[in-house]
Design a protein around this ligand. Sequence first.
Ligand SMILES: Cc1cc2nc3c(=O)[nH]c(=O)nc-3n(C[C@H](O)[C@H](O)[C@H](O)COP(=O)(O)OP(=O)(O)OC[C@H]3O[C@@H](n4cnc5c(N)ncnc54)[C@H](O)[C@@H]3O)c2cc1C
Length: 375
Amino acid sequence: MAKHPDVAIIGGGIIGLTCAYFLAKAGLAVEVFDRGDMGKEASWAGAGIIPPGNPVAAATPIDRLRAIGSMRYPGFSAELRELTGLDNGYLRCGAIEFLEDDPTEILDVWRAEGIVYDRLHRQVREVIAPGLGDVPGEPYYLPDCAQVRNPWHLRALIAACEQMGVELHPHAKIDRVRRTSSGTAMELVGVRTHEANRVLIAAGPWSEELLRRHASPGVHPVRGQIVLLKTPDRVFSRVLMLGKRYLVPRIDGHVLVGSTEEPEAGFEKANTAEAVAELIGLAVRTVPALANAELVKCWSGLRPGSPDGSPFIGPVPGWDNVFVATGHFRAGVQLSLGTAQAVTELFTGKPTCVPLEAFAVDRKPHSGGKAAFRS
Ligand SMILES: Cc1cc2nc3c(=O)[nH]c(=O)nc-3n(C[C@H](O)[C@H](O)[C@H](O)COP(=O)(O)OP(=O)(O)OC[C@H]3O[C@@H](n4cnc5c(N)ncnc54)[C@H](O)[C@@H]3O)c2cc1C
């Protein structure tokens, strides 16, 4: 590794690590710094839902970013497995989304993007997803929805980064970034000082603190609580999406039930009795057979929220050689591949797969327009 890596990344979550892997693959020398263990925050905590998508017809830049992920996940999962021998649990399991309000607008978005879906009538629902309770809303089947198991995906991603020569620095909190006194490189100041030619801030909800002297885009934590249940055999096989809540069945009988959206909790990661009771109640009403499931554990993660729900990707205004990739809110797993592709294109002087103005740090918050999926 050169004395100055080409790129130092602050934050070893799914965004920082995926960018590191893509950049290293493009031939750049990369180091990643995390204040804790790599990949143990929101990226570990999430449910791993990968909605379907078609990048060619996606209506908005964020839908395009998601669709790139949707298209690339199968190949990327195979690439990680070949390189590391580790399976990330990628599974095209399909999903049923229960749409409660007038579905016209969202169905128009899906149709325009070419997303395959089917309105499920009762008998068909019994075949696709037997044993469901009385769930409010109209059920729509999305056969191309997939999932990964976050801890497995991160384990594979960390191993792949190491194989590509990325230098990982766990337990290395960076307090601030500044230009070196000679002005030729950037300095990352923590317990030790490190130099790099360029810096990418991918520190999740903590990014705001690192950006503070130059920008205040409004990245903030949004707690999401999850409950993990287990049945001896899998009792349903599709992801069930109910507004902001969902049930994700793993192949071995585990079921993730998520998730709350609690910006008021700040950086507090505790679980609360009320939220856990609500999630368990939802699970049992939706799939009555879960009443006897084992309650394995609960946890929460801090999503990096942004004022309009879209990420920030690109240069930090007024700060040469400092870039950001954060604010992916409910969708960092599905957006990680598109984000890493765009960052790599930017750093290697190629046209980017999405217009980065849409994700600029100093943009006006987007308004209106229905996103194709919540998470
Ligand atoms: C309950 C829940 C369910 C979710 N479900 C889904 C889903 O189904 N599909 C989906 O696509 N997304 C989902 N998400 C969202 C997704 O998990 C996040 O958008 C994504 O993990 C954000 O990744 P990140 O790398 O930006 O942030 P993080 O995972 O938070 O990583 C940031 C890293 O930066 C490090 N760091 C912070 N400050 C510093 C510093 N000063 N110096 C060094 N390191 C620092 C942290 O230790 C951390 O490891 C879910 C999130 C939650 C919480």
